[in-house]
Write a protein that binds this ligand. Sequence first.
Ligand SMILES: Nc1ncnc2c1ncn2[C@@H]1O[C@H](COP(=O)(O)OP(=O)(O)O)[C@@H](O)[C@H]1O
Ligand SMILES: [Mg+2]
Length: 258
Amino acid sequence: MTLLTLQGIRKSFGAVDVLHGVDLAVAAGEVVGLVGDNGAGKSTLMKTITGIYRADAGSIEFDGKDILQLDPGQRRELGIEMIYQDLSLAKQQDVASNIFLGREPTKRVFGLFPGFVDKAAMDRQAATMIERLGAHLPSISRSVGSFSGGQQQTVAIARALTFNPKLVIMDEPTAALAVREVQSVLDLIRRLKSEGIAVILISHRLNDVLSVTDRIVVLRHGRADADLVTARTNMNEVVSRIVGGGDISAAAAHEQRG
Ligand SMILES: Nc1ncnc2c1ncn2[C@@H]1O[C@H](COP(=O)(O)OP(=O)(O)O)[C@@H](O)[C@H]1O
Ligand SMILES: [Mg+2]
């Protein structure tokens, strides 16, 4: 079942055309790698999905709904979560505050009246979430700025998973991590997939992308320039598609499709 469909997404910043009509489809529970050179527009494209940026043209359907006019909060409620490259954590605040940042449990979540923040409930939920991830943090009440890169990544992931998303977008989640921490993020992606959650993984670490995805989409010159089945491609092909060489017959087939 198709969960997300982007068609003809365009986006410019002033005179700079970044996205020239991107098509992308993601099925429920599918793990899609999004790769491309620096500045190819990967982060920008993802932000048009979360609603941080409004696409200049094109359509976005999620879970059977046209979401183009929805704001980021509404898209989040439908089940779209993104873990940003910089993690967007409040470094001075503790784990629970970060997990519930901007969504502190009030009426909607815990049946309490709005404005009343139940810190004990937040701490309990935060601890449960961290445990579910199989992660360990030195303390749930310490400010997250004192944690290692991997621990901070855990908090950002816990935040993304707390409200039962259908799609999790991860922008370079392993760029700053130690080897063991990278493996735990990759394991987590596999677990999300097994729970039916779709993932879009942006990464420069092509070995990671090849090991964990079902499909790899190459963004180049503002378009989805290649759409490869991971089981039927390899490092050489992915690299050559990123830099723009590559398989002419596949390119021709892509032209015909598109
Ligand atoms: N808010 C912005 N304002 C102006 N230009 C931007 C903005 N965000 C991104 N860009 C430009 O858009 C292009 C694509 O950026 P980005 O989406 O971050 O690429 P990637 O994530 O693939 O490295 C770059 O040339 C970048 O400078
Ligand atoms: Mg980026």
